[in-house]
Design a binder for this molecule. Structure first.
Ligand SMILES: Nc1ncnc2c1ncn2[C@@H]1O[C@H](COP(=O)(O)OP(=O)(O)OP(=O)(O)O)[C@@H](O)[C@H]1O
Length: 308
């Protein structure tokens, strides 16, 4: 089990991690969701032991983890940290990169393990290819496989699918997270991709300026975002005042009223979104967005009501 107690860290004057407290049970998938620069990478590095904390401590199975000031080789052996820059060896093959840290004493086992991981990341066809010849997304898949190679107990993934195209991303995400669950590997993912946070984590921690501002199950965070910052990870948000109470409503929580009742507004623009249109409208001088099955003419007068 991983525990962070009152963890703070600063690169210079600014506080980059501010009194972080949390614990993670074995096999759990935690997602750190936050805007660029909020401290997600810094947190993963601190957990992996790449930083000397300004304050607080990190415990792994009740053992205190120490930073680089106490270790020649940083990083805990039970953990793997997948950095955004992959850190692969360009002039050797994909399979040798994946097997880099696997013992050559048991060649058959090594071979089978590499084959298994190549299947998980769908890179079997590239086993013999030199890494320097791969695309960014393919390199990211090799880096993911290498991170899993030695069966870590905890993986720290920093934007793990950022270079992988939509076409492959969904299948790969499903396969990788299913594999981690099957092997009971604990996982902490840093991302600003809400889809990843919603579909593949047991708990989301929303980070802002080095602190967690909301923690909860994906359903809870989505249905009751604490403020507009949290809500904005899930798409366009409407900030409305209903019965003198400020409310946050997503586009799917507003609909056109069939009778002349509700909030009066005027259509500004319709955006085609594939299975629906996102309508931008002006309501009491406020810009609002709502979903609608068909496009609406600019200037059309409408009445909107909340579905919740
Ligand atoms: N080596 C460093 N020295 C000084 N400041 C740094 C260093 N690395 C990061 N920072 C600063 O710390 C803050 C947090 O950076 P961090 O990389 O943790 O953010 P992030 O949430 O992972 O962002 P992104 O999503 O863009 O990767 C930023 O303000 C960044 O400029």
């Amino acid at each position: 089990m991983l525990q962070l107690q009152n963890v703070s860290f600063s690169y210079a004057e600014e506080i980059n991690l501010n009194s972080i407290n949390f614990s993670v049970e074995k096999g759990a998938h935690i997602c750190i969701l936050g805007e660029s620069g909020c401290g997600k990478t810094t947190l993963l590095k601190a957990i992996y032991g790449l930083l000397d904390l300004t304050e607080g401590e990190i415990l792994w199975n009740h053992e205190k983890l120490l930073g680089p000031a106490y270790h020649l080789i940083p990083g805990h052996p039970a953990m793997k940290y997948l950095a955004q820059d992959f850190d692969l060896m360009p002039y050797i093959s994909v399979e040798d990169n994946i097997g880099k840290h696997l013992s050559r004493r048991y060649m058959q086992q090594r071979k089978e393990r590499i084959e298994e991981l190549l299947r998980v990341v769908d890179m079997t066809a590239f086993a013999k290819t030199h890494v320097k010849l791969l695309s960014g997304g393919q390199k990211q898949r090799v880096a993911l496989a290498r991170a899993m190679a030695k069966e870590p107990k905890l993986v720290l993934l920093d934007e793990p699918f950022s270079h992988i195209d939509n076409f492959r991303r969904n299948a790969l995400r499903r396969d990788l997270y299913a594999y981690l669950k099957q092997e009971n590997i604990t996982c902490i993912t840093a991302t600003h991709d809400s889809e990843e946070a919603l579909s593949f984590s047991n708990e989301i921690k929303v980070m802002r300026e080095g602190s967690f501002i909301q923690t909860g199950k994906p359903e809870t965070i989505f249905n009751s975002p604490k403020n507009a910052y949290v809500a904005s990870f899930f798409g366009d948000v409407n900030l409305l005042e209903i019965d003198e109470e400020p409310r946050i409503l997503f586009p799917h929580q507003l609909m056109i009223s069939t009778i002349e009742k509700g909030w009066k507004g005027r259509v500004l623009k319709s955006y085609f979104k594939g299975s629906y249109y996102l309508i931008e409208a002006l309501m009491n001088k406020n810009q609002v967005f709502f979903k609608h099955p068909v496009s609406l003419e600019k200037g059309k007068q409408i009445y909107l009501e909340s579905t919740v």
